[in-house]
Ligand binder design. Structure first.
Ligand SMILES: Cc1cc2nc3c(=O)[nH]c(=O)nc-3n(C[C@H](O)[C@H](O)[C@H](O)COP(=O)(O)OP(=O)(O)OC[C@H]3O[C@@H](n4cnc5c(N)ncnc54)[C@H](O)[C@@H]3O)c2cc1C
Length: 348
């Protein structure tokens, strides 16, 4: 039966909405209600509607970092404002406000076209600008938090629009205050401060080698973006070809004692120090050595190209994908005594 649609001021409300095209793992879940919000000003009235206000609330971008293990029993909100507005320039930095619904990759390309620096290593990350602060997206040695000045959000607990400074966002490795309290916040826009010139971050995962292969000796931000684009295209499965949510597990952190014991047992296990004296381990290495790279159960699998990526070969349900992820976690725990944590949000 087709879903019922209701046109309201500033938004379209859909009952019993299919989600298969709204998450990159291509899970065929449904949501009791889904609101496509074209004007964020409509949000307070929408959330106050008697049929909706007591329901569980989920804000969704492009669904590239979520796993629906079952149907969503409440309301999903998707913000569609994709406006980019230059606010001014000062201190050698350009200040720009970007609507939550803008494509992250399109925004990075917007900055490159205007010779703004900073986001070049983050090109081709799927998803929306509104979701970028949630897990403080990062790639090739750069995190978005470095360039965020302010986040505009609806505080659902208080029932008010607020502006959070970068310090108030509590950013960490794939973490923020938004991620720790997900039902509280709906981000409507992010304000960035981007330098005209910034040191390039080249010492990560083959960027220098790729630039050399491109014949670029004196790189600028656009060259770095092109190098990252080539590296990502080769390494990561494209969600348009096969359902996935990028890296499914975070790189785990352990204390120095456990890291030293693992170093003796597994001299090839990549380890690196992080602030606070803890040691980060390469989750991909652990998964591969536990024999889970390319593992498949029905249509649920781990990629054979990239050990960290959970893939949907076709019709896998969210529950089947989650069961496989749990199995991989157990195999890594049994083999190395290390607990892997999922990076995407596992729902409901
Ligand atoms: C192939 C692939 C490669 C990837 N590579 C990387 C990578 O290199 N680095 C990286 O960090 N991530 C990566 N990811 C993960 C993903 O792209 C990012 O996490 C991205 O920011 C998710 O955006 P989204 O719009 O799809 O968010 P969604 O998946 O829709 O949502 C993710 C989380 O953000 C919340 N959320 C979304 N929008 C809002 C909003 N407006 N307000 C409040 N909460 C919101 C959701 O509730 C959910 O908790 C990759 C994913 C894929 C599929």
């Amino acid at each position: 039966m087709p879903s019922a649609r209701l046109e309201l001021p500033g938004c379209t409300l859909i009952e019993d909405a299919p989600l298969v095209a709204r998450n990159t793992l291509r899970v065929a879940a449904r949501s009791a209600w889904l609101a496509e919000v074209h004007d964020a000003a409509a949000l307070p009235d929408l959330l106050a509607r008697p049929a909706l206000r007591a329901l569980p609330l989920l804000t969704l971008g492009d669904g590239s970092n979520v796993l629906f293990t079952a149907d969503w029993p409440g309301l999903i909100v998707q913000l569609r404002d994709a406006g980019i507005a230059q606010l001014g320039e000062g201190d050698g930095r350009v200040h720009v406000r970007v609507g939550a619904g803008a494509s992250w990759d399109a925004w990075v390309r917007w900055t490159l076209a205007r010779d703004l620096a900073g986001l070049e290593n983050l090109i081709l990350i799927p998803g929306t600008v509104g979701a970028a602060p949630i897990q403080n997206i990062g790639a090739y040695g750069v995190e978005v938090a470095t360039f965020i000045e302010q986040v505009e959000a609806w505080d659902h607990r208080v029932g008010a629009w607020v502006e959070l400074s970068a310090a108030a966002c509590g950013f960490g490795y794939r973490d923020s205050c938004f991620k720790r309290d997900p039902e509280r916040w709906i981000i409507r826009a992010v304000r960035f401060a981007l330098p005209r010139q910034a040191p390039l971050c080249l010492d990560y995962a083959g960027i220098r080698e790729e630039l050399a292969a491109m014949g670029v000796a004196d790189p600028r931000a656009v060259h770095v973006a092109e190098a990252v684009l080539r590296l990502r295209t080769r390494k990561l499965p494209d969600p348009a070809q096969i359902g996935n949510a990028g890296s499914f597990f975070k790189n785990p952190e352990v204390d120095a004692t456990q890291a030293a014991a693992l170093r003796v047992r597994c001299p090839n296990l990549p380890q690196w120090s992080v602030p606070g004296g803890r040691i980060k381990l390469a989750a991909a290495w652990l998964i591969e050595q536990a024999g889970c790279k390319g593992l498949r159960r029905g249509d649920a699998g781990m990629s054979d190209r990239h050990a960290l990526v959970l893939v949907n070969h076709g019709q896998a349900s969210g529950a089947e994908l989650w069961a496989l992820a749990q199995h991989v976690r157990a195999r890594v725990r049994d083999a190395f005594g290390v607990d892997l944590e999922p990076e995407p949000r596992v729902l409901p």
